[in-house]
Each structure stands twice: as structure tokens, then as C-alpha cells.
Design a protein around this ligand. Sequence first.
Ligand code: UD1
Ligand code: CA
Length: 444
Amino acid sequence: MIDKNSVSVILCAGKGSRMNSARPKVLNTICGKSMLGYILDAQIESGIGRIIIVCNSENIDLIRSNTNKDIEIDYVVQSKQLGTADALKVAATNTNFKDISNLFVFLGDTPLVTNSDITYLSDSLKSNDILIASFETENPTGYGRIIRDNEGRVCNIIEEGDATTEEKSIKTCFSGIIIFNNISILSLLDNIKNDNSKKEFYLTDVIKIADNNNLNVRDVLLEYDSVRGVNDYIQLSQTEKIMSERIMQKFMKEGVHISLADTSFIHPNTQFGKNVTVEPNVYIGEGVIIGDDVIIKSFSYLEGVNIKKGATIGPFARIRPESNIGENSKVGNFVELKNANVADNVKISHLSYIGDASLGSGTNIGAGTITCNFDGVEKYKTIIGKNAFIGSNSSLIAPIEISDNSYIGSGSVITKDVPTNSLSLSRSEQVTKNNWVKKRSTKK
Ligand code: UD1
Ligand code: CA
């Protein structure tokens, strides 16, 4: 159990230079959700009462606007990136730490840590002054190595750049997660110096200082796959694979049939009903709600859509945000929808673009129908009523309304509203010249 007076500090002020990208490192996404988003959710689920995020002056606005959570979050700025110890000091000096029990420190680039890891660490703290999370890996390059005394107790952490060859061979590493039993221990940060290879104030140096002051330091081993760090896009990709497997397993345990799950991408916040099938090679991005008995066929790409019971999507469908698909409706191959409200029992089976449109129940959209929603300057709406039949290869020039039960002849370009129960067509009449071929050949 986590004491509700616990506070967490998440260090996100580094420049992320190994990413070689202008995007704030902690806002890089994994399965569509930011690294920081995962860390925050794990902490909120674990019951930590208050969170402080240490940002830099360039990333604070983006971080703030991307972290709308129902929890008190303080954002503080570390103006110069002097190291992780300095970042924690900035948090401590800019925040009122009255009534705080335990203080957790997390790194913003360690997104795989879970709510149960955090609870396990908290339960292991007991009367120790400092608890750190460690892990073992065959390839520890880049991580701080855990140094133990003759009795096996943690007495120091040595960073890669300052480690001897012998220390580099140590495979137990520091995850970046530290819990301080009470905040008075933070006064030790004042003794940290930057006389190291990077000329930074390392938070890891607090362990040696604590050991010298006879404080009790302990480590708890977590799985590498719970704490691996993300410093470049290769590590981001490795982390995404692990996270994706977790997300797929969670949905499959809840009863979603995901065929060849490692071929698909599913955002963790997707909502699934019962008896849903997801065929291989599907992309489900942010904001997708899928009702009971829905089938998402291969190569479909979905974002921001609410799909109701019994609908069939794809193969090769693309549904863009702010769309709704009604019960038992069908969106077939090479159909693109954008901001489209599709009622129940609608069929859009092949090769169509339906944008800024609403379609009444029972309507059938023929192959090749295009809602022409953009005149080069503005976007306009297409409204189609119930039980309408739009013949194949029709262009509906918006703004336009086609009322209930009406038919549009194939190949029409429709520019004027169509009243109920009507047939409207706008193509030129067919001309057939009998025996034209023979007459033409005798002319020669
Ligand atoms: C850090 C640890 C290392 C550990 C590894 C785990 C230190 C000195 N080293 O190394 O022991 O094994 O994480 O992944 O702590 N940050 C700031 N301000 C700064 C510098 C960094 O807020 O001045 C933030 C970064 O944004 C990042 C985190 O702290 O989220 C860690 O910094 P990073 O430079 O990635 O440290 P590592 O070299 O990975
Ligand atoms: Ca790191």
C-alpha cells in the first residue's frame, strides 16, 4: 500500500540529445500514448497522491498540455541541465514539501514501470532510508552499475563513463527509480559534486554519501523489461514491442480475438465490447470504441471512431477521427471516412470517400461514391437520409442534402438537393449508333 502522502518527482528536463529530434523526449509515443503518459498512469493507479514533473524551459508547455490528469501535478523548470541530482534539487526547492511521507523519484524515459512494480517497491521500503530499484541485464552498457560492500549491501552506483573495466562487467544496474523514506534525506544532495566524466551532478552519488552517513540503503530487483530506459529510437522501438505485447495480452485476456497479434497496432485506451475479432495487420489509433460482435478486417486503419454492435470494417478501410458507425453497418475495402456519422444498417462496401457527412439508416452507397466536401477554400456537409440508394460512381457536391428513400443514378454529379422518394440523375443520355463499326469500315 502506498501512503497517500507520498510524492513522486519525475525527471523530464534532459535535452534527450541521443534522440536527435526536436520533439520532447518524454512525449515520444509508444503504441500511440506518450512515455510520460504511461509513467503517470502507473503512478496514479498505485495511489501516489501528488506528482511533480521537472521540465526544461522549452518542453514545459508541451508537457503541461499533454498531461491532463485528475491529480495534482506541479510543473517546475530546471533552467540548466546540470544533472539528475540538480533536477531533484530544483523540484525540492520549488515545491512545498510539507506533510510529505515518502518521496519517489522516477526518470521520464523509463515508461515500462507498472503500478504493481511501484506498489512492490513501496512495500519493500519498510524501515530502510533509501530504496532503489535495480535490474540485471546481459548488456548493461549505458546504465549505472550497482556496487556492493563485503556484506552485499548497496554502497555506491558508478556511471558508465566513470566505471573501471572491472566495474563495467557488473550486470546489476540502477533503474533510475529511488524512494527516500523521508525528505530530510534530500539534504544529502547538497554534498554531491560534479567531478565526473560528464561534469554533471549525478543523483546516483547520493547512495555513496548515504552509505558514508550510515543510512540504510537497499535495492529491490525488478525485471529488465519493467525498467529499461529509452535514450534513442532503437530503444524506443524495443520498448514499444514489449508494451505492445502487454497491451495485446490485456485485450485478449478480456476476450478480444486478435489474430496474429504481433502484426497489429492497438492504442492502449481502445474500448472493446464482447465477441470482437481483429484480423491481422490492423492499426487502431487513439479514441476508438468498438461495440459487441464487430469484425475489423485486415489492413484497416482506424482513429477516433465509435463503431456500434455488429458492424464490419474493412479489409482496407480507413476511418478518420470524429466518425460513428451504426449497428450492423458495413464499411468495406478502399473506403475512407472522415467526420462521418453513419447510422445503422448502412452499406458502403467499396471504393468511396465519405467526409463531413451524415448517412441515415438503411442507406446504400455504391462503389466509387465521393462526397465532394471541399471547394478549395471551405469544407461543406453532405446529408443523406434513410434508405437512400446512391448509384455507383456518383459525385455529391456539398453542401447537399439527399432526402429519405431517394435514388441517385450511377455516374451522376449531383449539385442540387434531392427531395424524398425521388430519382435524380445528371449524366448525359446514352447514344447508340447501330452497325457503326461496319459503316465505318466500308468508308475506307
Ligand atoms: C540514468 C542514471 C543511470 C541509470 C539510468 C537508467 C544518473 C546520473 N544516471 O542515466 O544510473 O542506470 O538513468 O535508465 O542518474 N534529467 C533531468 N535533468 C538533467 C539530466 C537529466 O531532468 O539535468 C532527466 C532526463 O530528462 C531523463 C532522466 O533525467 O528523463 C535521466 O537522464 P539521462 O540523461 O537519460 O540519464 P542516463 O544516462 O540514462
Ligand atoms: Ca536515460
